[in-house]
Design a protein around this ligand. Structure first.
Ligand SMILES: [Zn+2]
Length: 368
C-alpha cells in the first residue's frame, strides 16, 4: 500500500465482485468516513475510474475501479442524491441523506463533465469532532497567551491564514474554552456557520438578502453581546463596526485576509485609515497554517489507520504577535517594520519537530 495503493485489489475489497452497487457505495462512504476524509473524488478515465480521498487536506489516491463497477457506483450515487442518472454532460448538485447510507450527516454530491469522463465529488461532514482548546496542538507559550487574552472584555484578537488553515477550528475552540471558564454572552456572525456550538448565538450573513457582515453587526450589537465573533473583516464598514465594538467593552474575535501578522495591521490600517485607533484596539494576532500530524497509531511508520502515509490529523504551524506598549507606539507612528512576532514561524517549526508532532517535509510545504 505504499507507492500505488489500490485498496480495491488488496484484500480490503468492497463488495464489487457481485456488482452490488448499493453495498459498494455504502462501503466506500463508510471507509472514507472512518478515515475522516472530507471528500471522495471519483474521476472516470479511459476504461477505469480513479478514486481519491481528501485526507487532512491532501488528495490521496486509494485505488482505481474497473469501468463496469464504476458506472454502477456513479449511477447509484446520483440516484441517492436525486440527480438525473442519465445526464453525464452537464454539472449537477445534490445531497444524500445521511440516514440513507448509514452516516450521521448528509453527503453533498456534485458532478462535472471532464474531458476524460464524468467527475463526481462527495463531500462528507462530521458531527462532534470539534477539538478542545488544549487538543489543538498549540505550543504551551501560545496557549497561555491566548488563555490570558480571552479573559479581557475589550480589544481585538485577530486571526489570519489561507483558506483551510484552521482559523475557524481555533475560534470555535477558543469560544468553547471561554464558555467553560466564564459563561458569557457570545454572538457570532459567520459565512456560513460551520458547526453549531451550544450556548452561543450563531448567525449567518445572507448576501442575497442584503445581510452583510456590517449590517448584521449593527443589529447584533443591540443584542448586548460580551464577545463578538466576526467571520471576516473584508470591508471598511465592517472594520469600523468591529473597532467600535472593541472600544465599547466587547471582546472582538475576527479573521482578516493577510499574509502575515504585520500584514493584518497593514490591512486594518488601510480599511480604517486610522492607525491610532487600530493601534489602540488590537491585542493579539495569530497567523496560522495546518501541517499534517504524525500518526499517533504508528508514529509515522505507516498503518491501516493512516492509509500507510504515517500522517493523520493536523496541527497548527503559526506565528503570533502579542502587541506590547512599544508595538502600539510603533503602530501609531506607522513604523510597522518594527513589529516582530512574539512567537515566530521558526519557533513554531522547532516546537513541532522537537515534540515530533510533524515532519520537516510537511513544514517545508508551507514555507516554499
Ligand atoms: Zn499510522
Amino acid at each position: 500500500m505504499q507507492s500505488d495503493p489500490n485498496i480495491f485489489t488488496q484484500g480490503w475489497a468492497p463488495p464489487l465482485e457481485s456488482n452490488d452497487a448499493t453495498a459498494a457505495v455504502e462501503w466506500l462512504l463508510k471507509f472514507a468516513a472512518s478515515h475522516r476524509a472530507s471528500d471522495i473524488h471519483l474521476q472516470m478515465e479511459s476504461k477505469a475510474c480513479r478514486v481519491q480521498l481528501r485526507l487532512d487536506g491532501v488528495l490521496t489516491q486509494i485505488g482505481t475501479l474497473p469501468d463496469e463497477a464504476a458506472k454502477l457506483i456513479l449511477g447509484r450515487v446520483k440516484y441517492l442524491a436525486k440527480l438525473k442518472t442519465y445526464v453525464e454532460s452537464l454539472p449537477q448538485d445534490g445531497r444524500i441523506a445521511g440516514g440513507d447510507v448509514g452516516l450521521a450527516s448528509d453527503v453533498r454530491v456534485s458532478t462535472y463533465p471532464a474531458v476524460t469522463g464524468e467527475k463526481l465529488v462527495m463531500r462528507l461532514f462530521y458531527e462532534g469532532d470539534q477539538l478542545a482548546f488544549d487538543q489543538l496542538g498549540f505550543p504551551p507559550e501560545v496557549q497561555n497567551v491566548l488563555e490570558n487574552q480571552l479573559g479581557i472584555r475589550s480589544g481585538m484578537i485577530l486571526l489570519t491564514g489561507p483558506a483551510g488553515s484552521g482559523k475557524t477550528t481555533t475560534i470555535y475552540a477558543l469560544l468553547q474554552r471561554l464558555l467553560d471558564k466564564d459563561p458569557c454572552h457570545i454572538i457570532t456572525v459567520e459565512d456560513p456557520v460551520e458547526r453549531v456550538l451550544s450556548g452561543i448565538m450563531q448567525t449567518e450573513i445572507d448576501l442575497e438578502r442584503g445581510l452583510t457582515f456590517a449590517k448584521a453587526l449593527k443589529h447584533l450589537l443591540r443584542q448586548d453581546p460580551q464577545v463578538l465573533v466576526i467571520g471576516e473583516i473584508r470591508d471598511e464598514e465592517t472594520a469600523a463596526m468591529a473597532l467600535r465594538a472593541s472600544m465599547t467593552g466587547h471582546l472582538v474575535i475576527a479573521t482578516l485576509h493577510a499574509g502575515s501578522c504585520r500584514g493584518v495591521v497593514e490591512r486594518l490600517n488601510a480599511l480604517t485609515d486610522d492607525p491610532n485607533l487600530v493601534a489602540g484596539q488590537i491585542r493579539l494576532i495569530l497567523n496560522q497554517r495546518l501541517v499534517r500530524r504524525v500518526c499517533s497509531d504508528c508514529s509515522s511508520k505507516g498503518c491501516q489507520k493512516c492509509l500507510g502515509s504515517g500522517l493523520k490529523g493536523r496541527v497548527p504551524y503559526l506565528e503570533m504577535l502579542q502587541l506590547s506598549k512599544l508595538d502600539h507606539e510603533s503602530m501609531e507612528l506607522k513604523n510597522l517594520a518594527k513589529l516582530e512576532p512574539s512567537f515566530s514561524f521558526e519557533q513554531s517549526r522547532k516546537y513541532l519537530l522537537s515534540e515530533m508532532l510533524t515532519k520537516e517535509t510537511e513544514i517545508n510545504r508551507h514555507t516554499a
